[in-house]
Design a protein around this ligand. Structure first.
Ligand SMILES: *[C@@H]1O[C@H](CO)[C@@H](O)[C@H](O)[C@H]1NC(C)=O
Ligand SMILES: *[C@@H]1O[C@H](CO)[C@@H](O)[C@H](O)[C@H]1NC(C)=O
Ligand SMILES: *[C@@H]1O[C@H](CO)[C@@H](O)[C@H](O)[C@H]1NC(C)=O
Ligand SMILES: *[C@@H]1O[C@H](CO)[C@@H](O)[C@H](O)[C@H]1NC(C)=O
Ligand SMILES: *[C@@H]1O[C@H](CO)[C@@H](O)[C@H](O)[C@H]1NC(C)=O
Length: 442
């Protein structure tokens, strides 16, 4: 009986290998520009979205699950593949990495994004490209369900990781002319979009504003951006707009990509306090409640807060439960830990991505976590980070902290944020609100 299974197993492994190669071959011819990538991603050989291989793959998958059910040997194949991934992620294959920094607003994501933006000439970094998509699709005339929106977010991210700007271009307003736009959101936040090679000449010097801080650049030529992207070893995108990690599964499983997801979280009480300052119009209701000391629990705003917290928690639960599609590809980081130990955390993140921690990134972090001088601007990343991380405790009244604790309780528990019992505890800096917590490294 056992030998029978062994023979069947060997046959299936052989089939998988054949399938894998034909998959790769067909893809190589499809995607000339990405030639090297599929060969370096042996851990995701089965592309279930590929219609041409659907039948045989489904059958194989079924057979495999049957076989492993009976023999109880389900980890054989995946462990083998994990080992191959391990080699890949340590650079033996010289593989391209795709880092997705997932966060929500006011979690320090601009700051953490800089860890990768500052990596050096081998990195192509994009700051919040989905801003354009959200703006176009959720404005008053827009009418997109969350599901549709998350599918579009995913497709735009996928294209961008492949250096294809055409998906994004459809959402830039006004529509780019000949792939040139003066309107890319926060272009200057991406070092790679302000390099010499991506910098087109300034024509009307007097009237035209420069689009980069570091040099005088005219509007962005997306063809040049794409060429620059293709020439870079690694790609990173920071976004605060993806709601559910789950929706990214097809992106993570794309065999042309080698995706690493870093989810950045922060104490929801701190997020609320920070948003009330940064988005003071939108958070007017909260500010009124802060003064009144009364919060109607069934208000839409409170429900929205709960919804946000639930999304963050559910995404983290998916990641931490280590489903096979995310194995070794997901890392959870608390902003508070980064604020306390920026260098150590940056090293951990780089180790996780498999990209060497560059001296440039190290220098940037040193410079930007040790300064005492307050920089201006709400999106500034130049702050004494450990001091900054605690400031919220004095900016939010206890009643609001209490509301957050009530609706975001499970989220706070999962990430190790301690509840406060009263105002005194909230503002007593010698009481830490942070549990020491290690989220399993992949
Ligand atoms: C692939 O197979 C699955 C399961 O049999 C089926 O639900 C799906 O519609 C198929 N997809 C295509 C593109 O044929
Ligand atoms: C959105 O579109 C759907 C159909 O596509 C329609 O039923 C619904 O009423 C629309 N919602 C709004 C707010 O316009
Ligand atoms: C953008 O750059 C491409 C590639 O160099 C070039 O062919 C194209 O003419 C540029 N577009 C414009 C409008 O200058
Ligand atoms: C940053 O703030 C922390 C907490 O207040 C303080 O201990 C530290 O000395 C500050 N660092 C610098 C370089 O000012
Ligand atoms: C702050 O908390 C510490 C530790 O619990 C306590 O010893 C101290 O008295 C508190 N300070 C104030 C001002 O309440």
């Amino acid at each position: 009986m056992k030998t029978k299974y062994a023979i069947v197993f060997i046959c299936i492994v052989a089939l998988v290998i054949i399938e894998k190669e034909s998959n790769i071959l067909s893809r190589v011819s499809d995607k000339l520009t990405q030639m090297q990538t599929p060969l370096q991603t042996p851990q995701t050989p089965l592309d279930y979205s590929n219609a041409t291989h659907n039948g045989s793959l489904t059958m194989l998958k079924m057979l495999l699950s049957k076989l492993t059910d009976t023999t109880g040997n389900s980890s054989n194949l995946s462990e083998e593949e994990e080992d191959m991934d391990e080699l890949g992620s340590h650079g033996y294959a010289g593989g391209r990495k795709h880092i997705l920094l997932l966060a929500t607003t006011r979690t320090g994501s601009s700051f953490v994004g800089e860890f990768f933006n500052q990596h050096g000439e081998n990195m192509f970094y994009l700051f919040e490209p989905l801003w354009h998509v959200e703006r176009l699709l959720t404005m008053p005339i827009g009418n997109s369900s969350g599901t549709v929106l998350s599918g579009i977010y995913r497709d735009v991210l996928q294209a961008l990781f492949l250096c294809d700007f055409s998906q994004l271009e459809r959402f830039i307003s006004p529509l780019p002319q000949e792939h040139v736009t003066p309107a890319l959101f926060r272009r200057e936040s991406s070092l790679s979009l302000c390099e010499e090679s991506v910098c087109s000449p300034v024509i009307k010097d007097v009237f035209e504003r420069y689009h980069c801080k570091t040099r005088r650049c005219g509007p962005l030529n997306l063809t040049l951006a794409s060429e620059s992207c293709l020439s870079k070893q690694h790609h990173a995108i920071k976004t605060v707009r993806v709601r559910q990690l789950e929706t990214l599964q097809p992106l993570v499983e794309d065999p042309r990509l080698d995706v690493r997801v870093i989810q950045l979280v922060r104490d929801p009480r701190a997020i609320l306090a920070s948003r009330m300052v940064a988005f003071s119009d939108k958070y007017q209701t909260w500010k009124t409640w802060a003064q009144d000391g009364q919060v109607p629990e069934d208000d839409e705003e409170v429900k929205r807060l709960k919804g946000n917290c639930d999304n963050i928690r559910m995404s983290a639960e998916v990641g931490l439960s280590r489903p096979s599609w995310l194995r070794r590809r997901y890392m959870l980081v608390r902003y508070e830990d980064i604020a306390r130990y920026p260098m150590q955390k940056a090293e951990e993140m780089y180790r996780f991505t498999g990209i060497p921690f560059s001296p440039q990134a190290r220098d940037w972090i040193l410079k930007n976590t040790q300064t005492t001088q307050e920089a201006s601007g709400i999106y500034s990343t130049q702050k004494n980070s450990s001091e900054q991380a605690e400031k919220w405790r004095f900016n939010i009244p206890f009643t609001l902290a209490q509301v957050v604790q009530r609706v975001c309780g499970p989220t706070m528990k999962l990430f190790g944020y301690k509840f406060v019992d009263d105002e005194k505890m909230l503002i007593n800096k010698s009481i830490s609100l942070l549990e020491e917590k290690v989220f399993r490294l992949p």
